[in-house]
Design a protein around this ligand. Sequence first.
Ligand code: FE2
Length: 324
Amino acid sequence: MLVIGIESSAHTFGVGIVDGERIIANEKSSYNVGTWGMIPSKVAEFHISNARATLERAVERAGIDLEEIEGVGYTMGPGIGPCLQVGELTAKTIAAKLNIDIVPVHHGIAHIEIAKKFAKLRDPIALYVSGGNSQILKLVEKPTKHYAVLGETFDIGVGNMLDNFARSIKLNPAWGSSVAKLAEGGKYIPLPYTVKGTDFAFTGLLTSAVEKIGKADPKDIAFSLQETAFSMLCEATERSLLLTNSRELCVCGGVAQSKRLKEMLSDVAKENGARFGYAPDEFNADNGAMIAYAAEKLIEKGISVPVKKCGIEQKYRIDRGLVW
Ligand code: FE2
């Protein structure tokens, strides 16, 4: 089945096309976040200006005609309202023009499912880590099939925390990957560590690291911040594995592009006899292919929504997201 997916929850406008298990296009246009972050109206304007060209590139890359598409999915949420609306409108236009099924997709569920596909995992514990989200999840059957949140951040997402630190220490681009680069060769200095069972919090750690700017070697602060944050995620994930007796683990979302985090999680999995996997970086960064993939699975299960009832939800909880 040929299905197209539109992603626009944050700085990336992505269009992906799948044909069964094959991803045949994954095109994206990304707003330059620079050192100032995202101004919702500006990012939405960027998406509006780039939607058509990105769509055309994806169709060309897939080597198909748009008319051959049989279903369309888009990110319903969570995300930035004005940005989500651009994706929703694009998807509704395609659905109306082609008279095909449309399905709203939860962004986080798409991240997990594409990781499961690449890692060939059936029923893993999923650590979902991005700018706005940090959660430990598992698919459960009761009372209805849904992703249950086993643990999550009490305050901000780990990616947001790393970006915030990058801005404070004036890195450009101000992203987690710049913090990782700065951390190379750093030494450990103690920073606050907050894990409560399977939940965790990052703002105390961030405040303490920012206070150390100008008083300690930037390399050491970056190294210690990253090691502390990732250790917290690993401890909570390991506890979730043990409590659920799970034998599979995956990591997904933007921060899953971190080599160090994957190294640490791989050790956790090894020590607990669990298989560990993840998607290639291209599919951990926001992308349209994961939305197309999730939409295809939903449509195949007979789940679609009338165009008139399709909307967006900025704070769409993952435990309410459509699963198959
Ligand atoms: Fe994402």
